[in-house]
Design a protein around this ligand. Structure first.
Ligand SMILES: Nc1ncnc2c1ncn2[C@@H]1O[C@H](COP(=O)(O)OP(=O)(O)O)[C@@H](O)[C@H]1O
Ligand SMILES: [Mg+2]
Length: 334
């Protein structure tokens, strides 16, 4: 069953954390709330969890209302059937790994087969040998796996993740990204995942909800968001973007023309109408698999980036070619 959010909003003493939002989180899918710090992601997640009371609107799973202001309905957090994984893991330091995972089952009085249910959850995250350890005896990655096991041991119908990888260092974060996604898939979970990291969002999600300043700007698959951003902020926030001077028509329409770095060509393109620009190369940055070439095009206000297989000396002047069909014209909603 899908999670349906209608007209949900929340303010804190004058700050609007979330303007009225309508969202559908589809069952069995991995959905990510993506946006910069302070845009309202955690507030939205906590309202779904029942840890924060909305000002207006409703939250439902299928036909079951979890929150409905007009109907004065507000199901308490522990009765919503959800699992939650936090950024700081939030494990009980005085409890063993086993007891941390068992906690939700005990408080929910679901202690039948407790031993085997907990051990199965620990086996899924490959920690069955560490059941008797305490959290401080585990690495950050292992602690996060305990937090994951604890969230899924109650067989929740939806698992909420709030920046679960951001406390880990970069290489571990990448490893855990792959591991966490395959766990979510193997267990057939529905995930609602919060992050400010666009790479995390792009690589893990079936669906991304891009937020800025308490508003939803765009919803779509990673491919849709990247290839067809429908807002200038979305294009800037996800992937690299190069901005062209707007023409008179574009200025009148209030749109900004933009293209992605990989679409700038070093040779004319046969059969595709192109614009050609005279550019000066400012710098080549080696990225291992390619060079990022930073350049200034004659008469253009913004600097651009493009990709090349070899270094180009700074100060080189050359022509570059941009297929017209690669130019997106974007408005700004905010
Ligand atoms: N308990 C609170 N009291 C006051 N303001 C809050 C509270 N929680 C969040 N906010 C404010 O609401 C906005 C959104 O915060 P948050 O949902 O935490 O954003 P994000 O998770 O995207 O970083 C911010 O301006 C934040 O300062
Ligand atoms: Mg947050």
């Amino acid at each position: 069953m899908d999670l349906t959010i209608r007209g949900l909003s929340k303010s804190f003493a004058g700050t609007t954390a979330l303007h009225p939002a309508d969202l559908t989180i589809r069952q069995g899918k991995f959905t990510t709330l993506l946006g910069p710090s302070g845009c309202g992601k955690t507030t939205l997640l906590r309202m779904v969890a029942g840890l924060e009371t909305p000002d207006e609107g409703s939250i439902a799973i299928g036909e079951e209302r979890l929150y409905d202001r007009d109907a004065r309905r507000n199901v308490p957090a522990e009765k919503r059937g959800l699992g939650m994984v936090f950024q700081d893991f939030a494990l009980w330091p005085h409890m063993t790994v086993f007891e941390n995972v068992a906690f939700g089952l005990r408080t929910g009085r679901r202690t039948q087969d407790l031993q085997s249910t907990v051990m199965q959850a620990l086996a899924k995250v490959r920690l069955e040998n560490m059941a008797q350890r305490y959290p401080h005896q585990l690495s950050g990655g292992q602690q996060q796996r305990v937090a994951f096991a604890r969230a899924v041991v109650t067989s929740p119908r939806l698992v909420l993740f709030d920046e679960p990888l951001s406390a880990l260092d970069a290489s571990l974060r990448e490893e855990m990204r792959v591991e966490m996604l395959s766990l979510v898939r193997d267990l057939g979970l529905t995930a609602l995942y919060v992050t400010h990291d666009q790479v995390e969002a792009m690589s893990m999600s079936d669906e991304i909800i891009v937020m800025q300043a308490g508003r939803v700007l765009q919803t779509g698959t990673p491919e849709q968001i990247y290839n067809r951003p429908d807002d200038a902020f979305v294009a800037r926030f996800i992937g690299r973007s190069n901005w062209l001077n707007p023409g008179e028509d574009e200025r009148a329409q209030g749109v900004l023309p933009m293209f992605r770095p990989e679409h700038l060509r070093w040779e004319p393109v046969n059969g595709a109408a192109c614009r050609t620009y005279d550019v000066e190369v400012l710098q080549s940055s080696y990225m291992g698999d390619r060079y990022e070439i930073h350049m200034q095009a004659e008469g253009q206000r913004e600097r651009w980036t493009a990709y090349h297989h070899s270094r180009i000396p700074s100060g080189s002047r050359m022509n570059v070619h941009l297929p017209l069909q690669r130019i997106h014209r974007l408005s700004t909603k905010l």
